[in-house]
Design a protein around this ligand. Structure first.
Ligand code: FAD
Length: 293
């Protein structure tokens, strides 16, 4: 199928893009990498009257450090996250996760801003944003808003962005000393969206978690920061404490059932991922007790 007819505007500046969005509102759609928008239009799931192409706005591209932050422009591609030395050194969770987003051809065009604005509940990067305590920077005719990633995702393909706003950047605190990360996902094939995935960031000192942020994706209508593992912070992790956390995880999650997996299967896979995450980050292979709660 082909997309319905639409008008096309190539934005000449961020201000021009915002003016077009302010004028056309819900009738317009921003085009970044086109890797989600174009398939949705070709399937006639979306039929915007106007496409605002921001692809030429180089000021929205790039990865820079500013004081204690890494600032990533909205048009930065998934492939850039995989290859950038600052991301590798200071945000290794993001580097690892980017390698799981689709396939090389899609990673060469798809952008971080597009992925966050699209807000697929099974996507990798939104979960990383919450694990890494990111702030999403959006701009509209009325000025700029800074939204904590934890609040940004509001449902399936839904965010706090209004149709008149552009996602311009993401601010990520530099990972503190003693940081550890974990990324894991179950998908039918490498490059597919996750059936269940886990992105986690932690601070580990003397073999204990001082802080742990496990964010599941593919298991809810949005990325989900679970509280089930809270009992593992501030004290030595034991197999019993982990077992309790896995039990609590099963209670906390309310996974969907679809053709990819039943709810029970997703719960089981989530427990496997949390056990792996804890064992790997603490360097304690004895704690990798699979999905057994
Ligand atoms: C075969 C295939 C497999 C894929 N597998 C995965 C996967 O495993 N994991 C995964 O996470 N993704 C996957 N994707 C999606 C891919 O990662 C996209 O790159 C991403 O979801 C959207 O980025 P984009 O830059 O292409 O955005 P676009 O397609 O251009 O836009 C997506 C949506 O976001 C809006 N938008 C884009 N940029 C902005 C902005 N700056 N401000 C406001 N709104 C904006 C658009 O209007 C549109 O509604 C897959 C895609 C394909 C085609």
């Amino acid at each position: 199928m082909k997309a319905a007819a639409f008008d096309y505007a190539r934005a000449t500046s961020v201000g021009n893009a915002i003016a077009l969005l302010a004028e056309h509102g819900e009738r317009a759609k921003v085009l970044s990498g086109g890797q989600s928008l174009m398939p949705a239009m070709n399937l006639r799931l979306l039929a915007p009257e106007l496409i605002v192409d921001i692809g030429a706005l180089d000021e929205l591209r790039g990865i820079n450090t500013r004081e204690s932050l890494v600032v990533i422009g909205a048009l930065t591609r998934h492939a850039d996250l995989q290859n950038d030395p600052v991301v590798a050194a200071r945000l290794p969770l993001l580097k690892e996760a980017a390698a799981h987003v689709a396939h090389p051809a899609i990673r060469n065009r798809g952008t971080i801003g597009g992925s966050l604005a699209h807000a697929d509940p099974a996507a990798e990067l939104p979960a990383c944003m919450i694990a890494l305590n990111a702030t999403i920077v959006v701009r509209g005719a009325g000025g700029e808003r800074r939204i904590p990633a934890e609040k940004f995702f509001t449902g399936i393909y839904e965010t706090m962005l209004s149709p008149q706003e552009l996602l311009v950047a993401i601010e990520l605190p530099l990972a503190p000393k003693n940081s550890a990360h974990f990324f894991g996902e179950f998908a039918r094939r490498r490059g597919d969206f996750a059936i269940v995935g886990l992105a986690a960031q932690a601070v580990v000192a003397n073999g204990r978690f001082e802080d742990l942020r496990p964010v599941f994706f593919g298991i809810s209508d949005r990325p989900f920061l679970v509280t089930a593992a809270a009992g593992l912070t501030g004290k030595a992790a034991t197999p019993e404490a982990l077992s309790l956390a896995l039990q609590a995880l099963g209670d906390e999650l309310d996974p969907p059932q679809d053709q990819a997996a039943s709810a029970a299967m997703r719960r089981h896979l989530a427990r496997i991922l949390l056990a792996r995450c804890v064992a790997e980050m603490l360097g304690r292979p004895d704690l990798n007790i699979g999905g057994k709660a």
